[in-house]
Design a protein around this ligand. Structure first.
Ligand code: ADP
Length: 247
């Protein structure tokens, strides 16, 4: 996109681990309501880029600006507060709690895990929980213990736990890993729906899924951008083909 409507600007980002540059002078821009997919062979630096954006890892050099706010030196909780949410590959849901309760504890200023015994629920919170459950296809499972959900449903629940916090930017690490074909298709629909209100950065390997969801693909290799563009364009890029064949 143009340089005026981006929501995230990553510029000259570098991180070294004992002299090894896992991310090397990386610059990219993500537009508002874009789904950006990051692909690349193992060790390319994909996870490290998300770690840098969410503040889990600190950059050696460079800057990360989100809605013109410099995130680079902020602590993780301040970055969450600035509107950046992250879902890791393995669902970190509370398996003993129901879908409803998992969403409830994720609601900003909702009930804490140890919540009070005498607790009166706010109707607007209940409404937000029910709406979120519907979006993630779990209305019928609202009062089911999370442990009893399928693997795919657990992944959706975790996306719901992020969504209910209303982050402007959602970062997802391999959201369809281990999902059935039907669940993948539903997830593609879910992500396209979410992109109407949010911006997303997704790490993904499944090229068919990438083609379904991505507005733009960034291909990383050795901490640098190897190619960037539409899924079709990067898929046919000789440099990209070569890197993937070489692995
Ligand atoms: P990807 O997600 O693309 O598979 P990563 O971002 O996990 O790649 O890793 C990129 C490179 O950085 C790898 O060579 C990895 O071993 C290295 N790396 C990642 N995190 C650390 C760390 N905390 N300390 C040392 N090396 C790291």
């Amino acid at each position: 996109g143009s340089n005026t409507d981006f929501i995230l600007a990553v510029e000259n980002l570098t991180v070294s681990f004992d002299g090894f540059k896992a991310v090397d002078d990386l610059s990219f821009y993500v537009d508002k309501n874009e789904i950006r997919v990051v692909i690349g062979p193992n060790g390319a630096g994909k996870t490290t880029v998300l770690d840098l954006i969410c503040g889990r890892t600190k950059a050696t050099e460079g800057s990360i600006r989100f809605r013109n706010k410099e995130l680079t030196r902020l602590k993780e909780h301040a970055i969450v507060k600035a509107g950046v949410g992250r879902k890791f590959q393995n669902p970190s849901i509370y398996t003993d709690l129901t879908v409803f309760e998992n969403l409830e504890i994720s609601y900003p200023s909702g009930r804490s895990v140890l919540g009070s015994l005498v607790f009166k629920r706010d109707p607007s919170v209940i409404e937000a929980i029910e709406q979120t459950a519907e979006r993630i296809f779990l209305t019928e499972q609202l009062h089911t213990q999370a442990d009893l959900l399928s693997h795919g449903q657990k992944q959706w629940l975790e996306i719901g736990m992020l969504l209910i916090q209303k982050p402007e930017l959602l970062m997802l690490d391999e959201p369809v890993a281990g999902m059935s074909v039907t669940e993948r298709q539903q997830t593609a629909i879910l992500l396209r729906e979410i992109a109407k209100e949010h911006t997303m950065i997704v790490i993904e390997h499944d090229m068919q899924f990438v083609a379904e969801i991505a507005d733009k693909v960034t291909v990383l290799h050795q901490g640098k951008i190897l190619a960037e563009g539409s899924p079709e364009k990067v898929k046919n890029d000789p440099k990209v083909i070569e890197v993937y064949l070489g692995h």
